[in-house]
Design a protein around this ligand. Structure first.
Ligand SMILES: Cc1ncc(COP(=O)(O)O)c(C=O)c1O
Length: 389
């Protein structure tokens, strides 16, 4: 366990590694497996629904909480997929991507000096948003190869000032899906210490092995949980930035209070299109999940054949490798040199840690790209093989 420093590398105004690596990819003409965005469009009917919404005049400010059709579709989705009941009026809030959901939840639910418990490695906005809200983040470390955590470390992370636990499952960057037993552990801590849980479930439909269990479905958790998700990953439309928060009205009201001064409202035509997408159900989601599972295996098999230790993910867009297995002892240097050596960009996982040491030799690779792009990247990465012989 380690406590995040109040400033320095967690300062919310620093340039992100994604900006640095994307600029490097552009400058060197490299294949960008750094940032997690698909290089193909989502289902045509959702794209057409957005065009139709624009043409039919859905172009002005929507209600701050989101258009009624989308709030109803989100409530239906939660009921159909998980048996969770939410009132579209007051218990469902549309956000500008899950990114705004995370920010608004932390700002709305925490007072300066409150404690937030989160797991490292973590999605990079978590620590920045905790810093913006004035809360102090305490980390519990997920350890390879299965990215499990020590329940004692979780319990020790909770102090009298702790207000909430921020949980991401399925998890970026590791691709871990928290097991029911692990979730029970988190739920027990939340119940014992009367904590709020904020869950980031943006990869809920991109699970290749196992099952996603929302924390809110566990005993006593629905009424202390704000569940966040987003259409970006589910429908391959990461640029639309349509996300949502579901939870009891007393918590969602606080998230909404913060949201109204962040963006006030979120892209009207895209909300209508996502409402149609959610109504489409598994028919739209299953083909994407199956194709991503194949691409996961393509990339992981290829990376393994290069001699890298691969932590094959159960979910998400990302695979993690340990480059120590090819004699590299610093993933940041490895990733900075990779474009020139191989024409490929990847991200050093240490940026997802408050204490970078456990991630020092880990590298994250995105596989949400076309198979031919992944094959081309693997061909470029062959250059790593002679370098270590
Ligand atoms: C774990 C996690 N949470 C949130 C987000 C951001 O989601 P959105 O694009 O909907 O803002 C991402 C995007 O990569 C993510 O990986």
């Amino acid at each position: 366990m380690s406590t995040s420093p109040p400033s320095g590398r967690l300062a919310p105004f620093a340039t992100t590694i994604f900006a640095e690596m994307t600029a490097l990819a552009v400058a060197t003409g490299s294949i960008n497996l750094g940032q997690g965005f698909p290089d193909t469009d989502g289902p045509p009917e959702i794209l057409e629904a957005a065009v139709a919404a624009i043409r039919s005049g859905e172009n002005q400010y929507p209600p701050s909480a989101g258009v009624p059709a989308l709030r109803a579709a989100i409530a239906d989705h939660q009921r159909r997929c998980y048996g969770l009941e939410y009132d579209p009026d007051g218990e469902v809030l549309v956000t500008t991507g899950a990114t705004e959901g995370i920010a608004a939840a932390l700002i709305g639910l925490c007072e300066p000096g409150d404690g937030v418990v989160m797991f490292q490695p973590f999605y990079d906005s978590y620590a920045a948003c905790a810093a913006i809200s004035g809360a102090d983040a305490t980390m519990v470390t997920l350890r390879a190869p299965d990215w499990s955590f020590d329940p004692d470390e979780l319990r020790a992370a909770v102090s009298p000032r702790t207000r909430l636990v921020l949980l991401n499952s399925p998890h970026n960057p590791t691709g871990k899906v928290f097991s029911r037993t692990e979730l029970e552990e988190v739920a027990r801590v939340c119940r014992e210490h009367d904590l709020v849980a904020v869950t980031d479930e943006v990869y809920e439909h991109l699970v290749y092995d196992g099952e996603h269990v929302p924390l809110a479905t566990l005993e006593g958790m629905r009424d202390r949980c704000v569940s966040l998700s987003s259409a970006g990953k589910t429908f391959s439309c990461t640029g639309w930035k349509i996300g949502w928060a579901c939870g009891p009205s007393r918590l969602v009201a606080r998230v909404r209070a913060a949201k109204q001064f962040l963006t006030f409202a979120t892209g009207t035509p895209f909300q209508h299109a996502v409402a149609e997408g959610l109504a489409g159900g598994d028919r739209l989601v299953t083909p994407l999940r199956d194709s991503l599972r194949e691409r996961r295996d393509l990339l992981c098999d290829g990376l393994e054949s290069l001699g890298l230790t691969v932590h094959r993910p159960a979910a998400t867009y990302f695979a993690t490798t340990d480059v120590a297995s090819i004699g590299e002892d610093d993933a940041v240097t490895f990733c900075r040199e990779l474009p020139a050596r191989c024409g490929v960009v990847a991200v050093p996982s240490s940026v997802f840690y408050s204490d970078p040491e456990p991630g020092r030799t880990l590298v994250r690779w995105a596989f949400c790209k076309r198979p031919e792009v992944l094959r081309e990247a693997l061909t470029g990465l062959q250059a790593l093989v002679p370098a270590r012989r």
